[in-house]
Design a protein around this ligand. Structure first.
Ligand SMILES: NC(=O)c1ccc[n+]([C@@H]2O[C@H](COP(=O)([O-])OP(=O)(O)OC[C@H]3O[C@@H](n4cnc5c(N)ncnc54)[C@H](OP(=O)(O)O)[C@@H]3O)[C@@H](O)[C@H]2O)c1
Length: 237
């Protein structure tokens, strides 16, 4: 549930899905939205939007951001990196480290820094993962590993924060129409629809939200015919 008491903090808010999280939070009546980006630029002009410069891989940058935004009640960990790398590809070690730094350690760093504010407000966290947190796609092998790590992180944070009445959600979309998926030819979700589906979870009863037909079909396949579903994905190049 979003209303004027909602003070949201969105990472990676300068483009793609993050910019749509900001727009949809404003449309739903949020009181304030911290729009964080590495450049600290303003993407949506609105009196309720506070631009924040933030690199989630940097301790000092995260510490500065949480000082500015200590009134946050909803943290949207949206920032992510996808180097489109297979494990045996030429720079795969560097790609795997970069993805882990952003998708796993960055998300962990943000959750740790904002936990006191979220405990004080009995707030919520939405971690933007991917359906690829549940399986593997060889052409994006290290991305899948980093999102799988972030899913375990999300589950553990949910357990650690539950006694403080802080809810922790995992958003697992399929392909979205943003820069990250510009080379993917298949059907893509609109970023606004994905943001809406993730925000709807706040008033629902499920904490793991599969967004779009692709994610929902894959989740169903993994639950009912895991080997066949996995084999189908492994055949994709
Ligand atoms: N696109 C898809 O098909 C898809 C599917 C499933 C899940 N997702 C997830 O959705 C989320 C948003 O991705 P997107 O599709 O909107 O991709 P995008 O357009 O490539 O945007 C990625 C965002 O993350 C930010 N970011 C990257 N590294 C950062 C860092 N170290 N510190 C702070 N911000 C950083 C980028 O900032 P800069 O502009 O400064 O680089 C950018 O704002 C990601 O978590 C992604 O994994 C995307």
């Amino acid at each position: 549930m979003i209303d004027r008491t909602t003070i949201a903090f969105v990472t990676g808010a300068n483009r793609g899905l993050g910019a749509q999280f900001v727009a949809r939070l404003l449309a739903r009546g949020a009181g304030k939205v911290y729009a964080a980006s590495r450049a600290g630029d303003v993407v949506i002009r609105d009196a309720r939007v506070m631009p924040v410069a933030l690199d989630i891989t940097d301790d000092a940058s995260v510490a500065r951001a949480v000082t500015l935004a200590a009134d946050t009640t909803l943290l949207v960990n949206n920032a992510g990196a996808n180097l489109h790398s297979a494990f045996l590809a030429r720079d795969s070690m560097a790609a795997a480290r970069a993805e882990m730094e952003v998708n796993y350690f960055g998300t962990l760093r943000m959750a740790r820094a904002f936990a006191p504010a979220l405990i004080a407000s009995e707030g919520a966290i939405i971690n933007v993962l991917s359906i690829l947190a549940r399986t593997t796609l060889p052409a994006m092998a290290s991305l899948c590993a980093s999102k799988a790590a972030a899913l375990r992180l999300t589950e553990s944070l949910r357990a650690e924060l539950a006694p403080y009445h802080v809810r922790v959600f995992a958003a697992l979309p399929g392909a979205i129409d943003t820069d990250m998926s510009r080379d993917f030819d298949g059907p893509k979700l609109s970023p606004a629809d994905v943001a809406d589906a993730a925000l709807d979870a706040l008033s629902g009863s499920t904490s793991e939200v599969y967004i779009g037909a692709m994610a929902q079909q894959l989740a169903h396949g993994l639950a009912t015919a895991r080997a066949a579903t996995q084999a189908q994905l492994l055949s994709l190049r």
